[in-house]
Design a binder for this molecule. Structure first.
Ligand code: KIV
Length: 274
């Protein structure tokens, strides 16, 4: 809290400094009204490329574009006064070269006002992470299950079951953290591996499907609100079940319109008496 009683705005530096002290609370946000509701309760809001699936009905995140991320990043920034805001670099906007990654990141930061960007990848992205952070772009890493690689991986499944897989995720996390990432998302990873990574990294690990051993947690907000019901992975807990409420409201509205009950007198403008 500040001297005026308002919550202080979180930054990538303050998130990094939470390592070993406080758990980091993170959710995704894609729109202004939802960002406004989540902001007071979260340290970090992620404008995730999961918006392709959650908002646009895509099968994967591969079709998400920089234009989409910029538009939703701007929308979220309009609703935030407390949380640190990170926008995902979408597939194809950073993997070609570190220069391409820098251009894409600068575009997102300048057009949205966000605090930094997230990119998926481990050892192979370390040089890019170092290039960006050395030039003023804070980077949120993302290792373990990487949804943008779905076409190589052949689907989504938890990782770290074999020694080779576990060692690879560990190397990936260390590579991006050493390259300068201020925090690292660890997705879909078995608990012992998440625990080891969390113990060895100097920056916070933010888990999604990666056990309570991580320094913080992130969920797709529509999943935890029960609004995105296309699939319900084991790691999601529904803190609310909003879909039936929305369906019921639509049913009631339809019935009242069809029966001429809505709009009622109180919803209707009448000419002012002359
Ligand atoms: O796109 C996204 O929402 C994410 C998080 C779930 C980590 O990458």
């Amino acid at each position: 809290m500040s001297a005026h009683g308002k919550q202080k705005r979180q930054t990538t530096a303050s998130i990094r400094a939470m390592k070993g002290k406080d758990r980091v609370v993170c959710l995704t946000a894609y729109t202004t009204p939802i960002a406004r509701l989540l902001d007071p309760h979260c340290d970090l809001l992620l404008v995730g490329d999961s918006l392709g699936m959650v908002l646009y009905g895509m099968e994967t995140t591969v079709g998400v574009t920089l234009d989409m991320m910029a538009a939703h990043g701007r929308a979220v920034m309009r609703g935030v006064s407390h949380a640190c805001v990170i926008v995902d670099l979408p597939f194809g906007s950073y993997q070609e070269s570190k220069e391409q990654a820098f251009r894409s990141a600068v575009r997102l930061m300048q057009e949205t006002g966000c605090d930094g960007v997230k990119l998926e990848g481990g050892e192979e992205m370390a040089e890019t992470v170092a290039f960006l952070t050395a030039r003023g772009v804070p980077v949120f890493g993302h290792v373990g299950l990487m949804p943008q690689l779905v076409n190589i991986a052949g689907g989504f499944r938890s990782l770290g079951h074999s020694d080779e897989e576990a060692a690879k995720i560990h190397r990936d996390a260390e590579a991006v953290a050493e390259a300068g990432a201020f925090a690292v998302v660890v997705e879909g990873t078995v608990e012992p591996v998440a625990r080891q990574i969390t113990a060895s990294l100097k920056v916070p690990t933010i888990g999604i499907g990666a056990s309570p051993a991580c320094d913080g947690q992130v969920l797709v907000s529509d999943d935890m609100l029960g609004l995105f019901n296309d699939f319900k992975p084991r790691f999601v807990k529904r803190f609310a079940d909003l879909s039936p409420l929305v369906s019921q409201a639509a049913r009631d509205y339809a019935e009242e319109v069809r029966e001429g009950q809505f709009p009622a007198k109180e919803h209707t403008f009448q000419p002012k008496p002359r």
